[in-house]
Ligand binder design. Structure first.
Ligand code: DAH
Length: 365
């Protein structure tokens, strides 16, 4: 009897416990339905509380084996319902709170928002023009060569046939540099023609080269002059090179740079290192006031100096003038860029005002 009674008691206890657990599940279902989370962190804590390894739902599943056989089905169904509901609800809270706290992600999700402008650097107008000139000459077989900016008297003046008392050597034009280690007097090169000499001294003809670089002159800075500027030098040495070859090459350059219908003219001039020498003008036009100003009323714009390399210069560089001849030319990059872009003050190149520099972002290179 006692035993039966005990068993009966136990059954009653089981039944009560089962009711209690079922109530607990019902309670949790209601609780889960009304869950709220203000942040992703709170949502994650809710996930741990309900669905974690030691969470409430897992705990109820562990109790499953204690449920009387006949009630297992009912209990199992309700418990699964709770689990699914909790999973859905917490996933929903997570996605809401994560989107709200991560505003960057929010922006990414909204494809209709305007894009973020990324500032892009632009190339300096002098670099653009230098590169354009280099491209034009390298297309017809010219190489690029460079020389030092601190130069000796031989390469900057003497080898280029400057007479001893030539005014270009004057203190007013040249920045002299003291050499700490010897008595030799050095100077900041006043033109890139010095590179001609270095190339001829070190290479056998045929030579076709251009030399871009910085040059320095002791001049007051103004809208039209600066103590530092850029030049491109050209040199062509071979057998039977004529003045007509030079003229044709310079016409090719002008038409590539200024347009297919560009016209040039050569005016006689003087440079110690060329004979004969000329200055090259390109036809600019004379249609409005600014054309008058730029071309000083002639319609022609001076763009470079040129000439046949003086036999004395060839000799100074150990090239036999009886066998070889050649031409040379030199142009200022600032000057050409000023005309190309309509810049009227040279100082703008070096002030690094981004409002000025930004205008050249439509780079073609
Ligand atoms: N060196 C000259 C200058 O600085 C430019 C020049 C003229 C270079 C004639 C040349 C040339 O090679 O043949 O003004």
């Amino acid at each position: 009897m006692g035993l039966t009674c005990n068993i009966a008691n136990q059954r009653i206890t089981f039944a009560a416990q089962f009711r209690y657990m079922l109530d607990k599940v019902e309670e949790l279902i209601q609780e889960v339905k009304s869950l709220q989370a203000e942040s992703a962190e709170i949502a994650e804590n809710l996930r741990i509380k309900y669905l974690g390894q030691k969470g409430l739902v897992k705990g109820l599943f562990a109790e499953f084996r204690n449920v009387p056989h006949e009630s297992k089905k009912e209990f199992g169904q309700r418990l699964n319902q709770l689990k699914n509901l909790a999973e859905e609800k917490i996933a929903e809270l997570k996605s809401l709170t994560e989107n709200e706290s991560g505003s960057a992600q929010n922006e990414l999700n909204d494809l209709t928002l305007p894009g973020v402008e990324v500032p892009v650097g632009s190339r300096h107008p002098l670099s653009l023009v230098r590169q354009e000139i280099i491209d034009i000459f390298t297309r017809i077989g010219f190489t690029i060569s460079e020389g030092p900016e601190v130069e000796d008297d031989w390469h900057n003046f003497t080898a280029l046939n400057f007479p001893e008392e030539h005014p270009a050597r004057d203190m007013q034009d040249t920045f002299f540099v003291k050499n700490k280690f010897s008595d030799e007097e050095l100077a900041l090169r006043t033109h890139t023609s010095s590179v001609q000499v270095r190339v001829m001294e070190s290479q056998e003809p045929p030579i076709r080269t251009i030399s871009p670089g910085r040059v320095f002159r002791n001049e007051a800075i103004s809208a039209r002059a600066h103590c530092m500027f850029h030049q491109i030098e050209g040199l062509y040495i071979d057998k039977d090179v004529s003045f007509a070859d030079m003229k044709q090459t310079l016409l090719y350059f002008a038409q590539e740079f200024f347009g297919a219908d560009a016209k040039i003219r050569l005016r006689p001039s003087y440079f110690p290192f060329t004979e004969p020498s000329a200055e090259v003008d390109v036809w600019w036009g004379l249609e409005n006031e600014s054309d008058y100003r730029i071309t000083k009323g002639t319609g022609w714009l001076e763009i470079m100096g040129c000439g046949m390399v003086d036999p004395n210069v060839l000799k100074n560089c150990n090239i036999d003038p009886e066998v070889y001849s050649g031409y040379a030319f030199g142009m200022g990059i600032e000057r050409i860029a000023m005309n190309k872009y309509g810049i009227n003050d040279l100082r703008m190149y070096f002030e690094n005002d981004v409002r000025f520099l930004r205008q050249f972002s439509g780079a073609t290179h």
